[in-house]
Design a protein around this ligand. Structure first.
Ligand SMILES: Cc1ncc(COP(=O)(O)O)c(C=O)c1O
Length: 396
């Protein structure tokens, strides 16, 4: 039986990659750089808390999060974004999640009405993008509208230049900063302009900031920095995660923060269909948000790998050092052909940018903004990364 609702969604990026590569023998000992799964060490103290709190597995955890975790998150946000001490109220502005993917998907459903301005609602998505956004738009019955992200606009969409009728029926906007895949950071003025547009046209800004703690130089500002300047988080939800920050993708722990009315609606939705994180996970997450030393060490390791990439690749493939995140976004002419060649000749597994972008309705894959690119996740240890970068440089 085919239900059909999800037919407009293309196959997900990783099954596509398996279909491209799995019939081919790798040309050397494989190095997987295709998935953004950090391979740095899990912090020991987090494992210790999980063990100490194990009796908590016998209890249903509170859906809205433990008071301790809510406080740890609030304190972290307040420190990180230099917020006034009373800007965030743990009980009203924060909701812990099982990682941000859950929240990014479900928030899209929560904030998208059946109709807006008498028409099908639109969900605005920068192209290329984290694929979950399009899944949420389609599930909510909205039209996903994919926005160009030209390099000469710092890979950011021009929201202000969109037609008024599109903005009128826009239910929400996804924006990832630092962006996956390009590593672009949206500055406070950019968030500010987007939030002003959201006020005018009554839509919600969903700020995906799961890479916020992986940066080379200065800490990227967040959408909350702009909200603080405006004096309110109205129409804004920001998403943060321990997956990248703390090398804990398997803990499944993150949170959403922002507009208290939207948080309340999300809690209501979650009471029906959500699952709270186990109590030991919430305790471990609180400990992780309270510690910065492991995050600094993490940044140091990524910095070393970006130095290496810069040395090995130089100016090839339009190399640039992203402001944040841990990806290289390289222009290799034909990303799918390059990914196939890298696997066949050098055992390097990377993701064709095509799989992160949406084809152009008229020109198809050729007009897909990811077509020319490969995305390389610098998640492995320094030695494997050094070897892999040499192989990539020789092979392409
Ligand atoms: C842009 C982006 N957003 C969200 C996520 C989800 O992360 P998690 O659910 O582990 O917090 C990812 C994971 O790779 C991502 O790349």
């Amino acid at each position: 039986m085919v239900i059909g609702r999800f037919e407009e969604l293309p196959p997900y990026a990783f099954p596509r990659l398996r279909a491209l590569l799995d019939a081919t023998k790798p040309g050397a000992e494989p190095v997987n750089m295709s998935i953004g799964e950090p391979q740095h060490r899990v912090p020991e103290f987090v494992l210790k808390v999980l063990h100490e709190e194990r009796a908590g597995y016998a209890k249903y955890p509170p859906m809205g999060g433990t008071a301790d975790l809510l406080q740890a998150i609030t304190d972290w946000l307040t420190r990180r974004y230099d917020l006034a001490a009373d800007f965030l109220d743990p009980a009203r502005h924060i909701l812990p999640l099982n990682g941000t993917r859950e929240g990014l998907f479900n928030a899209g459903l929560v904030v998208t009405p059946p109709e807006k301005a008498g028409a099908q609602p639109a969900v605005l998505i920068p192209n290329p993008f984290y694929q979950c956004y399009a899944g949420a738009a389609v599930t909510a019955g909205a039209e996903p509208v994919f926005l160009p992200t030209p390099r000469d606009n710092n890979f950011l969409p021009d929201f202000g230049g969109l037609p008024a009728d599109l903005l009128a029926r826009t239910a929400c906007v996804y924006l990832c900063s630092p962006a996956n895949p390009q590593g672009t950071v949206a500055e406070v003025d950019y968030w500010d302009a987007l939030l002003a547009l959201a006020d005018t046209h009554n839509f919600v800004v969903l700020a995906d900031e799961c890479y916020a703690e992986i940066y080379t130089e200065k800490p990227p500002p967040g959408a909350l920095s702009a909200a603080a300047r405006r004096g309110t988080p109205k129409n804004l939800l920001v998403f943060h995660s321990l997956s990248k920050r703390s090398n804990l993708p398997g803990l499944r722990s993150g949170f959403v923060a922002g507009d208290p009315d939207l948080i309340a609606q999300y809690k209501h939705f979650r009471n029906y269909g959500g699952a709270a994180s186990p109590l030991p996970v919430q305790a471990a997450a609180a400990a992780a948000w309270r510690d910065e030393a492991h995050v600094e060490e993490n940044r140091r390791l990524y910095r070393e790998k970006f130095d290496l990439a810069q040395n090995v690749l130089g100016n090839r493939f339009g190399f640039y050092r992203p402001a944040g995140g841990f990806y290289l976004w390289l222009d290799v002419g034909d990303g799918e052909a390059a990914a196939e060649k890298l696997w066949r000749e050098a055992g390097i597994r990377v993701l064709p940018g095509l799989y992160l972008g949406r084809d152009d309705p008229e020109t198809g894959a050729a007009g897909n903004p990811g077509h020319a690119f490969i995305r390389i996740a610098l998640v492995n240890d320094l030695d494997s990364t050094a070897m892999a970068l040499e192989r990539i440089n020789t092979c392409l």
